[in-house]
Design a protein around this ligand. Sequence first.
Ligand SMILES: [Fe+2]
Ligand SMILES: [Fe+2]
Length: 188
Amino acid sequence: MTDSHRQQDVVDVLTSDHHEVMDLLRQIWATDDPGRRRDLADTVISELVRHSVAEEMHVYPAMKRHLPDGDAAVEHDTEEHKELEQTMKELESVDAADSRFTELLRRLEETLRDHVADEESDQFPQLRARVPRDEMVELAAKVESAKRLAPTRPHPAAPNAELFHKMVGPGVGMVDRLRDKLTGRSTG
Ligand SMILES: [Fe+2]
Ligand SMILES: [Fe+2]
């Protein structure tokens, strides 16, 4: 039974998202098939936008409330989310067979690795130390439901970019459209 009775807290959920995305990136490097790379990259974008939006909606406000250096940490993290989004916006419209795709993917991975390391080694442990356990479990549910608001959640093992594009729109603008859907803003 291990610890299956232990409810996941928000750090468990976010950390497993991080692992999932880093693993998808490894899968992209492991193939040189452009179609497969495109599919996996679209799944990375979808997962990472959901994750970032959910953090900004529910987790970063909690960091501001509970961490002594919360404001500065959130400002720094939000800035990195913007960098990640900018790279993803370029990545979504570049040909997967183009060398630019590899450059952008490398940039995305580097920024993400730094960002994830900050969160996991600094902010998440502080949250666990300062936020009551029941609130941490509640935050996990809020993050899960924020991520579900967008129309599809492609499974990493079976990227479903085609269905995703049908529901969210064509490749260009995917990052913005997805963010708008998650935050309830209208794209018009
Ligand atoms: Fe983040
Ligand atoms: Fe994160």
